[in-house]
Ligand binder design. Sequence first.
Ligand SMILES: Cc1cc2nc3c(=O)[nH]c(=O)nc-3n(C[C@H](O)[C@H](O)[C@H](O)COP(=O)(O)OP(=O)(O)OC[C@H]3O[C@@H](n4cnc5c(N)ncnc54)[C@H](O)[C@@H]3O)c2cc1C
Length: 341
Amino acid sequence: MERDQGVRSSGNPVDVRKGAYQVAERLGVLSRLRDAGTKVNELIFVDDEGRPVASMRTRQSEDREVEVPRADLSAILVEAGREHAEYMFDEMIKELRPDATGVDVIFDRTAPRRFDLVVGADGIHSGVRRLAFGPEADFVRHLGMYVATAKVGVRLDRDDTVIMHNEPGTAIALHPGTGAPLAAFIFRSRARIDHRDPDAVRRLLKQTYSRNAWRTEELLSAYLATDDVYFDSVSRIRTPSWSSGRITLLGDAASCVSLFGDGSSSAMEGAATLAESLTSSPSDIPAALARYESAHRAATRPRQRGVAIASHLLIPRSRLEMTLRDQALRLARRRRSVVAS
Ligand SMILES: Cc1cc2nc3c(=O)[nH]c(=O)nc-3n(C[C@H](O)[C@H](O)[C@H](O)COP(=O)(O)OP(=O)(O)OC[C@H]3O[C@@H](n4cnc5c(N)ncnc54)[C@H](O)[C@@H]3O)c2cc1C
């Protein structure tokens, strides 16, 4: 069930790698993912004049991962499941009434229905989590960073590199996408704003990106001129338990660090682990949910720990941190080329 009218959603590029790559292989969707994938394999950091100062590979494995716009990934997965699942769009859950053998689900628009199991895979601001486990504030920790993205109609010379410019505490990335370049503004801020309030978002962005270096002014103007934007805080989700009776959580709803935690791969791996657990003991759902949680928690833990490294790399706090990062990346590149030669 999906609250949107279709599988549109943000074009933010997400990775299918590690266990998720194998899941895609098993689903038979790899060639479709490759066709929809971006060509990006490198991130280049530039100075105020756009000159490269450091770079890093973005792929951990050259031939075992693919970066796909999130909207394409969802469309391909939805299509793959069409024969086996019923989809409801433009719908939301209003109430959950669980008992020992199932859950009565009260929908916003359609008549109530009863299910053996409810899986809340409704993202970082999960409605199922709120209804079954309590308010969002109990599980979400704002990490003092925000991310804003939008497709911007600007020129980009290469389709295989992301270009990033930093100021202390802020980053702007220009990603080629698959034809329509995307700008991403990722920044540290102590401000507490409602991510659904467009005026507050615009004010915060203008205030944060007031220095006109590199293509800041051009990209910010392009972002502010479009309505189809994504904005949210970078948050960590931690839930003490993913299941309560016949209700369970999956993907970002259960555990994530927004854009820093391999979330889409983790969500796909989690879905496969949940499906395997349910298949191996269909008559004992609580045991299956316990097995799913124990196996998949072990897989998500290291990803949650990686957030500090990723955020220091992408959004250094000071000029000194920026310089140290660039030097470290240049050194690592030199080492790689010595080993390769
Ligand atoms: C800018 C950005 C860049 C990212 N980059 C990467 C990356 O490079 N690699 C990576 O692996 N991950 C990345 N991520 C994270 C990744 O997008 C998420 O971890 C992943 O999409 C999580 O999948 P999910 O299915 O759990 O939730 P989501 O993708 O958030 O999907 C939840 C769905 O539920 C729907 N929904 C929400 N609430 C309700 C409701 N109440 N009722 C009904 N439907 C509802 C939503 O419309 C949505 O379609 C990035 C995230 C961002 C924001």
